[in-house]
Design a protein around this ligand. Structure first.
Ligand code: S3P
Length: 426
């Protein structure tokens, strides 16, 4: 059990582990590219290690030591038919992006993962890939794992996605790279665009026109060196820690600030928090900065619309911050929360309530009442890394001790979280 005591102050200069989305893509693109790809700043969390193990099973040589990875790319068709099922663990990004890649391969694969993956919707990627000509099946007509994929020649398509999902967009664009003609995806709101940026870094031409992005089939990826910035979704827990503990200040160095991910920065500022970007730079087509975060009294706001995909993973910890803000915070248009690692509307409400937090679930979000005094509690991560970490941050602002059960889930995206939190807590 992870134990958290109330903090008097949060202070220091820190770095967070590498960006999860970018780390997955660096391994995948490196495996499909011609030549060697070296990665530094890789996130050695359970999810990205699942991606590495899937490619190893398809005959790709990958050396990984901590945050340094070398991938011996063999070109798009250098993958071999795996002799066993591919285990994606807890990783939605792995299974959904790999579906797009495997749909193009001239062999058969079966992918499955843990209990959480078995409950997550897959038809959102399988549907369009079937339309492109892939033969894919799964439980409940392809809605759930295990997924069985027999890839082959695909036709291009212009896909109107009903959801703003980077996983759906990426799977189709990856498949599109081997389809004949131009494949495009149009989203209702812009989701994270790391795939588009990294395709360009690997030498692929990608065209964006508003909410539509397209690639022409038949383009090659060329291996290269990739430097992964710190994950803003991990930094979000530390930003929240500063905002819930009076007198705190923290410098978080080397954080990715891709505009499709910085909803958390906009929200903290809109709530009255002090957050300054320093040393802004571009690394491998991705903007990066150091974040200077200083405690300030927050006030409640409404969070809805276009900003939701830009902060979807941060909503659990935003809810925690909102308990310490003056007034009400309302989150709308976030029904996607229900199909994350857990139903995050339900798990935020059930776990935050154990501290005495006042949170009401709605159909597409939640309403959080501030400013609420929290009392330390024993909570359950429910196997969801971000629920475990969000509740640890609540524990910093609570009176008495907090215990987080099933804390090992945190390793999915933030190995070393407990130690880092101890180092910055006074
Ligand atoms: C991710 C996309 C998002 C996000 C997930 C990582 C990615 O999911 O929640 O943590 O790396 O593409 P959706 O595409 O389902 O919105």
């Amino acid at each position: 059990m992870l134990r958290v005591r109330p903090a008097k102050k949060i202070a220091g200069t820190v770095r967070v582990p590498g960006d999860k989305s970018i780390s997955h893509r660096a391994v995948m693109f490196g495996a499909l590219a011609e030549g060697v790809t070296t990665i530094e700043g890789f996130l050695p969390g359970a999810d990205c290690l699942s991606t590495i193990s899937c490619f190893r099973r398809m005959g790709i040589e990958i050396e990984q030591q901590g945050d340094k990875v070398t991938v011996q790319g063999k070109g798009w068709y250098g993958l071999q038919e795996p002799m066993q099922h591919l285990d994606v663990g807890n990783s939605g990004t792995t299974i959904r992006l790999m579906s797009g890649i495997l749909a193009t391969q001239p062999f058969h694969t079966v992918m499955e993962g843990d209990e959480s993956i078995a409950k997550r919707p897959m038809r959102r990627v399988i549907g369009p890939l079937r339309q492109m000509g892939a033969k894919i099946d799964g439980r409940k007509d392809g809605e759930f794992t295990p997924l069985s994929i027999r890839g082959g020649k695909l036709q291009s398509m212009a896909y109107q996605s009903p959801v703003a999902s980077a996983q759906v967009k990426s799977a189709i664009l990856l498949a599109g790279l081997q389809a004949e003609g131009v494949t495009s995806v149009t989203e209702p709101h812009l989701s994270r665009d790391h795939t588009e940026r990294m395709m360009q870094a690997f030498g692929v031409s990608v065209v964006r026109d508003g909410l539509t992005v397209s690639v022409e089939g038949g383009q090659k990826l060329t291996g290269r060196a990739i430097s992964v910035p710190g994950d803003i979704s991990s930094a979000a827990f530390l930003i929240a820690a500063v905002m819930v503990v009076p007198g705190s200040s923290l410098l978080i160095e080397n954080v990715g600030i891709n505009p499709s991910r910085t909803g958390i920065i906009d929200v903290v500022k809109a709530m009255g928090g002090s957050l300054e970007l320093q040393n802004e730079r571009i690394v491998n087509e991705e903007p990066v900065a150091d974040l200077l975060v200083t405690h300030s009294q927050l006030h409640g706001i409404e969070i809805s619309g276009d900003i939701i995909p830009r902060l979807i993973d941060e909503i659990p910890v935003i809810a925690v911050m909102a308990t310490q803000a003056i007034g009400q915070t309302v989150i709308r248009d976030a029904e996607e929360l229900k199909v994350k690692e857990t139903d995050r509307i339900a798990t935020v409400v059930s776990q935050l309530s154990k501290f005495g937090g006042r949170v009401t679930p709605t159909d597409d979000g939640m309403i959080i009442e501030g400013q609420t005094a929290l009392t330390g509690a024993v909570i359950d991560s429910m196997g969801d890394h971000r629920i475990g970490m969000a509740m640890a941050i609540a524990g910093l602002a609570a009176t008495g001790e907090t215990g987080i059960e099933n804390e090992e889930a945190i390793n999915v995206s933030f190995p070393g979280f407990e130690e880092l939190l101890k180092n910055i807590s006074q």
